[in-house]
Design a protein around this ligand. Sequence first.
Ligand SMILES: Nc1nc2c(ncn2[C@@H]2O[C@H](COP(=O)(O)OP(=O)(O)O)[C@@H](O)[C@H]2O)c(=O)[nH]1
Ligand SMILES: [Mg+2]
Length: 360
Amino acid sequence: MARFLLVGGFLGAGKTTAIGQLVKHYQEQGLKVGVVTNDQADGLVDTGNLRGQGVTVEEVSGACFCCKFNDLTDKLERLEANQRPDIFLAEPVGSCTDLVATVVEPLRAIYAGQLQVGPYSVLFKPSHGKRVLAGQNSGFSEKAAYIFRKQLEEADILCINRADELTTDEIETLTSLIAHAAPKRPIVPISARTGLGFGLWMEHLANDQAGPGHILDIDYDIYAEGEAELGWMNATLQLNRSAPASLDQTTLAVVEFLSGVSDGEIAHLKAIGQTDSGYAVANIVQSGSKPTLSIASGQDTTEIELVINARIATSPEDLMERLGKTFTFLTAQGWNVRQESVRSFRPGRPVPTHRYAAAR
Ligand SMILES: Nc1nc2c(ncn2[C@@H]2O[C@H](COP(=O)(O)OP(=O)(O)O)[C@@H](O)[C@H]2O)c(=O)[nH]1
Ligand SMILES: [Mg+2]
């Protein structure tokens, strides 16, 4: 029976990177993997990123898995029909919570005998996470911090990501903060980038659930208001110029420019620049840090399809203004810019398709 594993965590925690690593690890064991990504709108950087790595990906867009449960199962069935994966990995939207009650347990009940739904992993984002759990100013409101805490509370396995950047002392401090916020479950330091800790994480992922998942006691008003504090923008631009320029530097420069235009804590700002033969990804996951080129192409090019995803504590109007300034910035670099699509909005109130009040 195929296994289904949900890998959650806050915006920019490292879910997509971790899923890319997991796919490699499972493939090395001779297993076939299919992935489902998820976003509030079309034009998701992650889907292009994972497809660029050769991963089979289906995307659910328009709302989170919980509100698009039937779209999620349609995509799982499509992957099953085309590829018969041994493992399905799914990445929910990073501002989404209550996933055990609305996705994990409904899948267990509806697909009993067809799908083995494994433990739910949540990746802990050290930058915002430490500040939220230590009661310091995270840059987000209390309501957004509430979502962060709820995500931890419903996890079966908690992974402290970016362990490659943390000292032993920092890992110890985070472990005790997390154990206090979400007691009695495995806490595994990992690095989605290097693969550190994946052996132990995958051992936990192979465990069958001894008991039911952690169904949250959650206030949907706070959850909805916390989520709606984030401005969301997905934009697709076509760029061309007469003389070749660096795909990597252009993608990185756009993220750098957008991150510096105005205030509002950045949850995750990312862009993928694609050509016919390669792609580059740049990200920034908190205000005040430097954007990084997480995937480099080494290419020079005269044409780029550039997809930008912004999740920032600011208004959709501000994001549109930033995008307008980005056009001017790119034009000054010699690029002709054509806007193919853009959506800028605040996520709507989550209305789950199913909600299991009590676990199996
Ligand atoms: N140093 C380091 N960076 C990471 C790690 N995991 C993810 N990142 C970076 O964090 C950023 C966000 O990662 P991503 O997987 O897109 O996060 P998501 O929003 O949770 O899917 C990217 O720049 C990644 O390269 C890690 O383990 N170590
Ligand atoms: Mg992602």
